[in-house]
Design a protein around this ligand. Structure first.
Ligand code: HEC
Ligand code: HEC
Length: 373
């Protein structure tokens, strides 16, 4: 069968430099890539996946704690996580001990990348399309898409909204599974391969990070048993409540006044003991994907480390959030706080705090190293 070589010429906005080349849409991945960057999938044609998961900036949203929708008004209550390395997230499930693991979003409510990709186009506060048929109509405006969907799936698929929509999510998922999202070429990876050395400070940070005696970061931020696994993603994909305070500035802006119940918002979850738990995020590219936490309450990576350290430090000065000059806010949900896991190890001095920050900076993909200060 002769394959159509379809071209998409209209990559737009911030992502131009990333994919200036028009590419043939002859594979699921290349079709997914075109869709990922296509603003025509949003009602006012202002927003693509890449708007909030900008490939130039760690596949995250550089525009503040939460993302503005295609309507230019709707402001969410959660921060866009990086889509880099997301493909390594296991599907949402319970482990042998009955604890929830994995899934997409801070509450795991989309099981897989494909499930996830179907959400934003129809989400009224994101891309805002009214329904699947209208998304199909947008796809059919582009003859390159019609040819690609016909040849990669089945003739006429875009005329059948359920199947067409599902095909679209499969293509986007396939793109998100490509190496573009997971190059494993950070300084840390190059160090593991023996290509570069870490500075003394970075090495101290690495030892602290993996030490069960001084910190227990790796209790939650380590996937593989070996501390030198070449494909470490720095999350075990469990759900925990680490006591993140309300982001009062964001709530003042978006008008949200309900508690974010985290994992409990996942329709599959009904135990009240899960209220306030959020998925452990990957730390890959973390230094370039702030602000931090599910609600973007902290701007600076060092503040995050100080936030953890307050649980172990009795010094009053260590209870202060340097970004506000005030004591760190109370946990939004105190009753499920991971007290045991968080009050582990000694208080850290400045040298060790800075070392942990320096170590996390080494987890930045080569492509983003120029963004580090
Ligand atoms: C308006 C901004 C916005 C747009 C547009 C958007 N996202 Fe997101 N994305 C978010 C936010 C915010 C979250 C977290 C929401 C939550 O946890 O409830 C998220 C979560 C995700 C996740 C989960 C990552 C993880 O580790 O849990 C992936 C993957 C993702 N988006 C991919 C996409 C794709 C693919 C598209 C296009 C079809 C897209 N996003 C469009 C803001 C956006
Ligand atoms: C009990 C499990 C647990 C431990 C221990 C832990 N974390 Fe986390 N970490 C989480 C969870 C869960 C979140 C997300 C919390 C939220 O948004 O509500 C998080 C968020 C973060 C973030 C923000 C990432 C982002 O993209 O917003 C950083 C950075 C981080 N942790 C670093 C560390 C460091 C460094 C240590 C050790 C000092 C550590 N963590 C220990 C579970 C843990």
């Amino acid at each position: 069968m002769a394959r159509h070589l379809a071209f998409v010429l209209a990559f737009s906005g911030a992502s131009v430099a990333f994919c200036a080349q028009a590419e043939p849409l002859d594979t699921l991945e290349s079709l997914g890539k075109a869709l990922f960057f296509d603003e025509n999938l949003s009602l006012n044609r202002t927003q693509s996946c890449a708007t909030c998961h900008n490939p130039e900036i760690g596949f995250a949203d550089p525009n503040g704690a939460a993302s503005l929708g295609d309507d230019g008004v709707s402001l969410g209550d959660r921060s866009a996580p990086t889509a880099s390395y997301a493909a390594f997230t296991p599907d949402f499930h319970r482990n042998d001990e009955g604890a929830w693991i994995g899934g997409m979003f801070w509450d795991g409510r989309a099981s897989s990348l494909e499930d996830q990709a179907g959400g934003p186009p129809l989400n009224p506060s994101e891309m805002g399309m009214p329904d699947k048929p209208s998304v199909m109509a947008r796809l059919q405006e582009n003859p390159g898409y019609v040819a690609a969907f016909d040849s990669l799936f089945v003739e006429g698929i875009l005329q059948r909204p359920e199947e067409g929509y599902s095909a679209m999510t499969q293509a986007i998922g396939a793109f998100e599974r490509t190496g573009v999202f997971a190059p494993f070429d950070s300084k840390y990876d190059r160090f593991l391969r023996g290509e570069v050395e870490l500075t003394n400070q970075e090495e101290l940070g690495r030892l602290l990070f993996f030490s069960q005696q001084f910190t227990n970061c790796n209790l939650c931020h380590q996937l593989h048993t070996s501390a030198i696994h070449p494909q470490e993603t720095f999350s075990n994909y469990e759900f925990h409540n680490i006591g993140v305070p309300v982001n009062a500035d964001l709530r003042a802006e978006n008008g949200a006044n309900e508690m974010d119940k985290g994992l409990f918002n996942n329709p599959q979850v009904d135990a009240t003991g899960e209220i306030g738990k959020f998925k452990v995020p990957t730390l890959r590219n973390v230094a370039v994907t702030g602000p931090y936490m599910h609600n973007g309450v902290f701007e600076d990576l060092r503040t995050v480390v100080l936030f953890y350290n307050r649980y172990n430090s009795r010094s009053e000065a260590r209870q202060i959030n340097p970004e506000t000059g005030k004591v760190f806010g109370m946990p939004e949900v105190p009753q499920t706080l991971a007290v045991k896991e968080l009050t582990h190890g000694p208080a850290l001095d400045d040298k060790r705090i800075d070392a942990l920050v320096a170590f996390m900076k080494t987890l930045t993909d080569a492509r983003y190293e120029h963004l580090l200060d």
